[in-house]
Design a protein around this ligand. Structure first.
Ligand code: AP5
Length: 224
């Protein structure tokens, strides 16, 4: 149920498996704003077999980042949709300093104020467990974890009965490259946003409910 307006841009930063998608879905639902996951957009392009999908598939399968120009084109198109007018939640974007700088430019042109950036901090051992245990609904995208958040019936989504699938990039060897790419290319964004005074860090190593409470406290505090 929508209780309050968001009216701002949220950016969820953090390593693969930090729980950005899990929390972004909840926040987007409670504020009635779109959840903009560049990873989901690319996976959809791959599953539809579009030209973009064919280009990014091998890159994602190696655990590397998609080139900035392809990411920015997708984001600009998505932000021009009317449903983004009351705010939105970016999950997994921006991921390089170049993307962050280009996004600042887009916000300026579109008259969008400074974002609130949440850094999801989690230890490396928890990330591996979360990624290798993740199963996602092939219909509605609901996220589960065989260790910490299992579905009621194995392999079946509690919400819509869809088949649960594992992501191709959650294989241990690909996870290693994704974590390395995060350290190399994405972690510097915490300094970038800290310097802008818009960064809040939360302990994302706690349970889903505890992270959710911490996140809501930050969002409420930031609004007042
Ligand atoms: P993307 O889809 O963005 O993946 P990611 O950033 O690697 O993050 P994940 O989706 O793996 O993790 P998450 O933090 O959302 O965790 P989740 O909530 O699912 O990117 C995939 C690829 O696309 C990239 O490698 C790249 O190639 C490309 N790409 C995308 N965007 C790009 C960009 N901007 N630039 C360039 N390339 C880009 O949770 C994980 C698991 O943990 C789940 O099983 C969940 O149930 C569980 N869990 C969640 N929270 C908790 C908790 N608090 N306690 C216990 N378990 C939990």
């Amino acid at each position: 149920m929508v209780t309050v307006a968001l009216n701002r841009a949220l950016i969820f930063l953090g390593p693969p498996g930090a729980g950005k998608g899990t929390q972004a879905k909840q926040v987007a639902k409670s504020y009635g704003v779109p959840h903009l996951s560049t990873g989901d957009m690319f996976r959809e392009a791959v599953s539809r077999g579009t030209e973009l999908g064919r280009r990014v598939k091998p890159i994602m399968e190696r655990g590397e980042l998609v080139p900035d120009d392809l990411v920015m084109k997708l984001v600009e198109e998505r932000l021009s949709q009317p449903d983004c007018a009351q705010g939105f939640v970016f999950d997994g974007f921006p991921r390089t300093l170049a993307q962050a700088a280009l996004l600042d430019g887009i916000f300026e042109v579109r008259g969008i104020g400074k974002p609130l950036v949440i850094d999801f901090a989690v230890s490396a051992d928890k990330l591996l467990r979360r990624l290798t245990g993740r199963w996602t609904c092939s219909v509605g995208g609901e996220i589960y974890n065989v260790y910490d958040a299992p579905p009621k019936v194995p392999g079946v989504c509690d919400v819509d009965g869809g088949k649960l699938v594992q992501r191709a990039d959650d294989r241990p060897e690909v996870v290693k490259e994704r974590l390395a790419a995060y350290e190399r290319q994405t972690k510097p964004l915490t300094d970038y946003y800290s310097r802008q005074g818009v960064l809040k860090t939360i302990d994302a190593g706690a349970s889903v409910d505890e992270v959710s409470r911490a996140l809501n406290a930050v969002l409420k505090g930031a609004k007042s």
